[in-house]
Ligand binder design. Structure first.
Ligand code: FE
Length: 204
């Protein structure tokens, strides 16, 4: 088998996927086949623009529309599909609601499963060994490191994503937002608040 031959070029590929990607990117750039600036733009789009904004719109709508909220909590998939937020890495969505009694937090202990159509590309820390191990073992401590301190009587429930099921946290609507319109509310919904490692912004 050629792949077992140490002299075969494939055997020289770096083992770390990040290095492989970097090597591939370098070759394609040198050959003029890709533009690194365009790649950065695509990543930025998923990471900072399209992704979390979709989730934020869903959350804001759930805050304003009790029927929508109920449908989302009962079975999120037809609701999200109706909004066009479905596809790769977001096929089987479950929405979990934060309440004064229970705070929800999402992790993928195995790898980095994450609801792409709603939140974009997962942040680096979500994929880190430390987060994946500690979110389950000491969630309250992890939350404190994210700047989230919850009342002692608020239970923390950690949801482990899989290739089958992805979770979206529906955070609690901040106080003092009664007069805000849905799109103004969406601005308050941070990415981390939908993973459960943050809270929505409070209007200034
Ligand atoms: Fe995973």
């Amino acid at each position: 088998m050629p792949h077992d031959d140490p002299d075969h070029p494939h055997a020289l590929m770096p083992p770390d996927p990040a290095l492989r990607v970097k090597a591939l990117e370098t070759i394609l750039t040198r050959k003029g086949l890709i533009d690194p600036a365009a790649l950065d733009e695509i990543i930025d789009t998923y990471q900072n623009r399209i992704g979390p904004k979709n989730g934020a719109r869903v959350v804001a709508r759930a805050w304003c529309d009790p029927e929508f909220r109920q449908a989302l909590l009962t079975d999120a998939n037809p609701v999200l599909a109706g909004l066009g937020y479905y596809g790769r890495q977001g096929e089987h969505m479950v929405v979990v609601e934060n309440t004064p009694r229970q705070h929800n937090m999402v992790v993928c202990t195995l790898c980095s499963c994450y609801p792409w159509p709603l939140l974009g590309i997962p942040p680096g820390w979500y994929k880190s060994d430390a987060y994946r191990a500690r979110a389950v073992r000491e969630p309250r401590k992890v939350l404190a490191e994210f700047g989230v301190t919850l009342p002692a009587d608020t239970a923390i429930r950690v949801w482990d994503s899989t290739a089958e099921i992805r979770y979206l946290v529906l955070p609690m609507r901040p106080e003092g937002t009664e007069g805000l319109a849905e799109d103004e509310l969406a601005e308050l919904v941070s990415r981390d608040s939908m993973i459960g490692t943050g809270l929505p912004k409070v209007p200034s």
